[in-house]
Design a protein around this ligand. Structure first.
Ligand SMILES: [Zn+2]
Length: 312
């Protein structure tokens, strides 16, 4: 092959690459490139799409989405995607701008699942601060079933060739989630009514409380971006003392020291409260462990709560 011919072919190939589409993406195997921000979303995408796509999960175990800032490498990964699935509702507060910019670029579809839900099903957050809705939507399994529907629709629209796979998998996974919802409701019944108080490090469990019948109290607000004050800690200690709450819970993405400070303040008031274990709130467990899946993580949470609050 003569050199000018080779250059011409390379030029044609490069020109082809500028027409963004699944077949031209870096892996080049024709599959849709999907990036999920949180582990919860990555797990839902994986259950719906399986091997039909190439999936990257941005935030790993123990990473706090409220404060996470995208690295240079993350931004490249996001820009290379055909589809980004984010939680939205400003959970990924410090990535919202870059996600919006990439979405406006036109080559990558950005779907913020929380923003696609019926607003009447969402809880208020801090509307006066421009934050209308609580973003911790995965903590009500029925809302998460809606999210599975949103993700399925986005995949079918971008990759209609695999529509039957996405639809069949979403149906199967929804059945699994319905069983999880029933399991959680049944477990709650083991806790005496007056002990259904869930005390956690930050306010991630309001949807959980609404769905499964807990009074929810937390040291920090819905976002972890602001530090808890001494007054916050004392106010919570007063509630724990007054309600004779037997146990509180730490979270895997948050330092246990605020909950330990509440425990100290309760002791100072002449009472005692246990730390009932760690709940997974804004991140899940390590991949490959039961808590590394949404279903396993939710089962871990309710089993931990029941063990600590049910009593003998
Ligand atoms: Zn949170």
């Amino acid at each position: 092959m003569r050199l000018p011919t080779l250059i011409l072919i390379i030029t044609m190939l490069l020109a082809g690459c500028s027409q963004a589409g699944p077949a031209d993406r870096p892996t080049g195997d024709g599959r849709l490139q999907v990036v999920a921000t949180t582990q919860h979303i990555a797990d839902a995408v994986a259950n719906i799409a399986g091997d039909a796509i190439v999936l990257t999960s941005l935030l790993g175990p123990g990473i706090d989405p409220h404060t996470y800032v995208a690295t240079e490498g993350d931004i490249q990964t996001l820009q290379d995607a055909d589809l980004i699935v984010a939680n939205g509702l400003l959970l990924e507060a410090r990535m919202a701008r870059i996600l919006e910019q990439i979405g406006q670029g036109g080559t990558t579809r950005v779907v913020a699942v929380g923003d696609r839900l019926d607003p009447s099903t969402l809880l208020n957050w801090e509307p006066e601060a421009g934050l209308p809705h609580d973003p911790h939507i995965w903590n009500d399994v029925r809302l998460w079933i809606q999210v599975v529907g949103v993700i399925r629709e986005a995949l079918v629209e971008l990759d209609p060739a695999n529509a039957a796979t996405y639809t069949a998998n979403a149906t199967r996974y929804t059945t699994e989630l319905e069983a999880l919802h029933r399991y959680t409701l049944a477990q709650v019944e083991r806790i005496p009514q007056e002990r259904r108080v869930l005390v956690t490090a930050h306010d991630a469990f309001s949807y959980y409380g609404r769905a499964y019948g807990f009074q929810v109290e937390a040291v920090q607000g819905i976002s972890t971006q602001a530090e808890a004050s001494a007054a916050d800690i004392q106010a919570l200690a007063d509630v724990v003392t007054a309600r004779r709450v037997p146990a509180m819970f730490v979270e895997t993405t948050i330092s246990p020291r605020t909950i330990e400070a509440v425990q100290e303040a309760v002791r100072a008031a002449g009472h005692s409260v246990a730390i009932g274990g760690a709940l997974f709130a804004d991140a899940m467990g390590a991949p490959g462990t039961p808590e590394g899946t949404y279903v396993g993580m939710m089962r871990h949470n309710i089993d931990t709560i029941v063990a600590a609050l049910a009593g003998t």
